[in-house]
Design a protein. Structure first.
Length: 277
């Protein structure tokens, strides 16, 4: 799947030179090239997809304040009577140079129901969320975002500051004072210091493009049980930030491992407050 990354970059480059127009429903018009059918072939091997309105939702601002850090939230909306589970959610930003922003794998026993992060958006675009269920079926939903230039926006931190923060991982757990052993889902957040260079940003001193350099793998465990894994690309914003809801299993620690495209491996772990929850 990722082996076709170069083809996606080429397609996105051609798209950037084409006029973009959107009707009231933001669907492609005869004068506007719609990349989605080709992305379905390249990313999902042309597998059939059903309407995912009752399975997964995607929330993003209609007009982004900052195209380099656009918030996105994915929510699992499986009906209680449905015995299947969501195995993975793929986030696709259609008009980005590398459209597949991230694939999130949900741990079998973690009951992850919400994932939030920040992404770069390069052009006005549809953004798709595709959920893969345990029976192998795919369900798709989408939204539309007005933003431009996110993938080429200069880094917020200078090179020295970014280097000093490289690989620093922080963990936060969010719990209400009334939470107890029967409270169910909790929220947590993983923050990683990393420039996540897109390869499209220019060094303001040398006027040369900064090579792509980003977190491409992330795994989060409760003890030895997988909570969430991410395979990311250049669309994930600088200093990747993943917030998620999950059901604690009584583990005494949360472990995180991240890898980047230069082979660095970053690890950390934390004791869990109230491990009996």
């Amino acid at each position: 799947m990722l082996g076709r990354h170069s083809r996606l970059l080429l397609v996105a480059g051609l798209l950037a030179a084409m006029p973009f127009g959107a009707g009231p429903t933001h669907a492609a018009t005869p004068d506007t090239y719609d990349p989605w059918p080709g992305l379905v072939q390249d990313i999902f091997n042309n597998r059939p997809m059903d309407d995912g309105a009752g399975i997964v939702s995607i929330e993003m601002p209609y007009r982004a304040e900052d195209a380099a850090i656009v918030p996105v939230t994915l929510r699992v909306k499986m009906p209680p009577a449905d015995t299947r589970r969501v195995v993975a959610i793929t986030l696709v930003i259609d008009q980005n140079p590398a459209p597949m922003a991230a694939r999130f794998e949900l741990g079998q026993d973690s009951s992850v129901s919400e994932i939030s992060t920040r992404v770069r958006v390069n052009n006005y675009t549809d953004v798709h969320a595709v959920a893969e269920l345990s029976d192998g079926k795919l369900y798709m939903t989408k939204t539309f975002v007005k933003a431009s230039g996110g993938c080429s926006a200069p880094a917020a931190k200078n090179a020295d500051e970014a280097k000093a923060r490289l690989g620093q991982i922080r963990f936060r757990q969010f719990a209400k004072p009334t939470d107890g052993p029967q409270s169910g889902a909790r929220e947590a957040q993983i923050m990683i210091g990393h420039p996540n260079n897109s390869g499209l940003q220019m060094d303001q001193v040398t006027r040369l493009y900064i090579p792509a350099f980003f977190i491409d793998e992330l795994r989060i465990w409760q003890d030895d049980s997988l909570v969430l894994a991410m395979r990311g690309g250049i669309s994930i914003s600088e200093d990747p930030n993943i917030r998620f809801s999950y059901v604690p299993n009584g583990a005494k620690r949360i472990r995180v491992e991240a890898k980047d495209t230069e082979g660095h491996v970053f690890q950390n772990e934390w004791k869990v407050e109230n491990p009996g929850i």
